[in-house]
Design a binder for this molecule. Structure first.
Ligand code: PMV
Length: 308
């Protein structure tokens, strides 16, 4: 049996503007992960079991655009195998789906790595990353590539679309609380709405993207310099800019305000928006209070994570 795992991810700064070439920062969230086991099967076919999504099926009974089937079909195509091997694949993920924690990319990375290892196909990280990006494009339209990059390298990433991958050093660990609105909102809709805004008034929105890009740039410097306390104000500013882009929501704004009032150093929505998650920067002794307040304000779930 061969096993592979990939973490979740969260965007700290720069979502949406990253689609227009500005930098974004994202970090792995190791508290949640996707795990895949691949073993030889005595039964003919490729049998997939993913209890989290109530899936138990043979590959050929799934439509070819099924998210998991498409990974396996594309992987076998990459290998140019003439006869499909008989396999049993088990997929378990603790990453909430469609909430900005990179669940799709993590399943693809873990599944690709487990298949590659089991079938003795040497695959460098860069190749897994490029493959995962192609799969992301099949399901998410025009993704920037930030999800697959962070999940694949499991390191903090300073991401600029189309540029070589830059991981960066965290000068001093810091704590964030991630809170889930419980509302699943498709990223391609908010990305599409931002595109329509931009098409109608490019110069206005380019200025907003520039401001967000500067925030990401400044935030990276603060993190590297071991001054995470400076990130709080940058989060608040980034959230305000995302609000003007219309990608926040009353539920996200409520959680952001609740975190700020409960003693967080700063807070913002994270990812595509309209639902999904928000993040709050906290001193570790306040993490508990902020988490509790967020739940009282409607969060379905909170995750406390240390960025190292
Ligand atoms: O919702 P998430 O975490 O998958 O992030 C989407 C981030 C966007 O910048 C809105 C889109 C993208 O592809 O980068």
């Amino acid at each position: 049996m061969t096993h592979a795992s990939a973490p979740g991810k969260i965007i700290l700064f720069g979502e949406h503007a990253v689609v227009y070439g500005r930098p974004a920062l994202a970090v792995p969230v190791t508290q949640v992960h996707a795990d895949v086991d691949v073993s030889d099967s005595p039964r003919p076919g490729i049998w997939i079991e993913a209890p989290d999504i109530y899936l138990r099926a043979e590959l050929n009974t799934l439509s070819s655009d099924h998210p998991i089937a498409s990974v396996i079909h594309n992987f076998l195509f990459l290998l140019r195998v003439s006869r499909f091997p008989n396999l049993a694949i088990k997929i378990i993920s603790t990453i909430p789906v469609a909430s900005g924690l990179g669940s799709g990319a993590a399943v693809t990375v873990a599944l690709t790595r487990a298949l590659a290892a089991h079938l003795n196909y040497a695959m460098a990280d860069e190749e897994v990353n490029a493959f995962t990006y192609e799969i992301e494009k099949l399901h998410h339209g025009t993704p920037s590539g930030i999800d697959n990059t962070v999940v694949n390298y499991a390191r903090p990433v300073y991401f600029v679309k189309g540029q070589p991958i830059e991981t960066f050093h965290v000068g001093k660990p810091f704590t964030i609380v991630i809170a889930d609105t419980g509302i699943s909102a498709p990223t391609n809709e908010s990305v599409g709405d931002v595109r329509r805004l931009w098409m109608n008034d490019r110069s206005r929105w380019e200025t907003v993207f520039d401001k967000i890009g500067e925030i990401s740039f400044t935030a990276r410097r603060a993190i590297e310099a071991g001054k995470p306390e400076l990130l709080g104000e940058l989060m608040n500013e980034n959230h305000a800019l995302l609000k003007t882009l219309t990608v926040s929501s009353p539920e996200l704004d409520k959680l952001v305000e609740a975190a700020q009032q409960a003693g967080a150093l700063g807070a913002k929505m994270s990812g595509g928006g309209r639902g999904g998650n928000m993040i709050a920067l906290v001193e570790s002794e306040h993490a508990e209070t902020v988490s509790r307040t967020l739940k009282e304000a409607g969060a379905r779930n909170t995750i406390r994570t240390q960025i190292l």
